[in-house]
Structures are given as structure tokens and as C-alpha cells.
Design a protein around this ligand. Structure first.
Ligand SMILES: [Zn+2]
Length: 310
């Protein structure tokens, strides 16, 4: 559904956008003078996109910082912002499950840039809980090397909409990809402090799969056995998680900020594992703070993980 929608938009919406973009008003290196209305759904995605857009275009964020994107439903004001945007940047891979219905009902026709286009979903390994309700895992961004694909898609998408900015988007993307490679190297070095056999993750829901694959962790279990935080575990699943944590001697349960810690606290009481509560996985922090950008968010999380497991 989403794919069909996007294809249609690319075929029919872009020519008119290019015409209006060529109609004079875009001024290079003048953010306030650029009339292009670009909206990114999640705050971490807006930060990544802003790095590609640079000073040429301002990227606004739809979701307020700290919100759980899995539980999100657009308010009437949000719908108005979506309708009024010319370019809407989404993570894709079924992360924005509310989007098709919203666009159909609201009647807006923003050009969609799907940041994760072309990336294929990971297959959980045999000992990981499988999520029967969700098509694939959308959490690509927790592996910075996959964010390189996001940056390439953003560069291509912005260049199509605003061809006169091509050189700027290309140069910005190149710089940010270098920053992502540096981040990846930094994470590798940090994680090397944790002995391989202790690289066991229990998280709130299934969000760290790509991170685990990249940095040699095993997903020992999740409190919520789903790639969405909207599901809840059965008593049997809770008991199985407690068994696993005991058997594998898992040290810590990691929760993203905003997650309900009640179930994790129960598991911790039964097992002696520690609950680490303030990972930023689905949102950066507003107005500065300890995870004020995508890169800072990743560093913050890795520091907490290394501290708890080394
Ligand atoms: Zn998630």
C-alpha cells in the first residue's frame, strides 16, 4: 500500500514540484529564504536530514521529542502540518503505520522520501523471539552503517525536489557519512571493552537487532516480544524471559526513555539483573540535553550499555 502510494507520488508530484522549485524563490545558503517545506516524522530522522539539507533547507520535526513513535497518532494540528508540507521524510519499513490512512483522509500530497528505502529487514536468529504481528524490523537507524543508506536516500530525494541544491546536498551527505563512519569506529572501540560472551542484550521491545548484528551482541530477550512497543507479553513469555536471564546470566535490562518500567522491574527483582532506564532509541532530546542529535543519542546509549556490561 505504502509502496504504491509512494510510486504514484513520485510519478505525478515531482514534476510540479520541480516546476515550482525552478520558479525562482530558492536562494542557496539562505535557510530562511528557502520556501521548501520539509517535514521529517521522527526527531532523530529530522536531525539526520538536517545534516544533509544543511543551511539550504530547514527540516521541521513532526513528532515532539520524547514521544514513542509506535504509539503515535497524529493530532489534527499534526495532520495540518503534514498536509501543508511539500516533502515528508519518513523512516519507512512499516514504522509509520498510521501514515497511509492519514494521507488518504487528509488529502495532502507531500512528496515522500523514505529514508530506509532499499534496506532489507533482518531475520531474527533462532533463539530470538519472533514477532508474528509485524512485517520486518524498522529499527535500521540503531546501526550507523545503515544510516549511510538513509543519507543517500535523503540526498537523492532532496536533489530530485530541489535540483539546484544538488552540489550542496552531495557535499553535506559526504561529510555526514564520514561522521557516521567515525561513529561506527567509536562504537566498535567502546564495545571492545565488553567481553564477547557478555554481549547480551535484553531490551524493552525488539529494537536493537541491527545494532546487535553490527556489534556482536546477542538479543537474549525482550520484555515486550514485538518490534512494536504497543504489544504486551503473556505470563508465559515473562516466565521464559526470567528463565533466559538466569540461564545466560544477563546483567542488565535496557529500557528506552518513556517506556513503562513495571514489567522490567518485576523481571529484575526475580533475576537480580539491573534495569537501565534512560536509553534514547526512538527520539533525540529537545533543546540540547544528553542526546541532542542522532550521533549524540547513539554515543549516550553505547556508553550506558558498555558501563552496564563491561
Ligand atoms: Zn521501536
Amino acid at each position: 500500500m505504502q509502496n504504491r502510494f509512494r510510486t504514484a507520488l513520485f510519478l505525478f508530484a515531482i514534476p510540479s514540484m520541480i516546476l515550482s522549485a525552478c520558479g525562482a524563490m530558492i536562494t542557496p545558503d539562505n535557510r530562511s529564504g528557502n520556501p521548501l517545506k520539509v517535514l521529517a516524522v521522527e526527531s532523530f530522522l529530522a536531525d539526520i536530514a538536517q545534516n544533509v539539507a544543511g543551511k539550504r533547507v530547514k527540516v521541521d520535526t513532526l513528532m515532539p521529542a520524547g514521544i514513542d513513535p509506535h504509539a503515535y497518532q497524529p493530532t489534527p494540528q499534526d495532520v495540518a502540518r503534514i498536509v501543508n508540507s511539500q516533502v515528508l521524510i519518513i523512516n519507512g519499513a512499516h514504522f509509520e503505520e498510521w501514515l497511509d490512512e492519514t494521507l488518504q483522509n487528509a488529502g495532502g500530497d507531500p512528496i515522500l522520501i523514505e529514508a530506509s528505502a532499499g534496506l532489507s529487514s533482518r531475520k531474527p536468529s533462532a533463539n530470538e523471539a519472533l514477532d508474528p504481528d509485524h512485517e520486518g524490523d524498522p529499527h535500521f537507524w540503531l546501526d550507523p552503517t545503515k544510516v549511510i543508506s538513509y543519507v543517500e536516500n535523503l540526498r537523492e530525494g532532496l536533489t530530485k525536489v530541489d535540483p539546484e541544491g544538488a552540489d550542496i546536498y552531495t557535499a553535506n551527505a559526504e561529510q555526514y557519512i564520514a561522521d557516521l563512519v567515525e561513529l561506527d569506529n567509536w562504537i566498535m572501540a567502546q564495545v571492545s571493552q565488553i567481553p564477547p560472551e557478555k554481549r547480551l542484550l535484553v531490551t524493552n521491545h525488539e529494537s536493537f537487532g541491527y545494532f546487535a548484528d553490527r556489534y556482536g551482541f546477542k538479543i537474549a530477550g525482550t520484555v515486550i516480544p514485538s518490534t512494536s512497543s504497543e504489544a504486551s507479553p503473556s505470563a508465559q513469555q515473562m516466565a521464559a524471559l526470567i528463565d533466559t536471564i538466569r540461564q545466560m546470566d544477563v546483567r542488565a535490562i535496557f529500557l528506552e526513555t518513556g517506556a513503562n518500567s513495571k514489567l522490567a522491574d518485576q523481571v529484575a527483582q526475580e533475576t537480580g539483573a539491573k534495569v537501565v532506564t534512560n536509553l534514547y532509541t526512538h527520539s533525540i532530546t529537545a533543546g540540547g540535553g544528553e542526546a541532542s542529535s542522532y550521533i549524540e543519542m547513539m554515543k549516550h546509549n553505547v556508553s550506558l550499555i558498555v558501563e552496564a556490561l563491561k
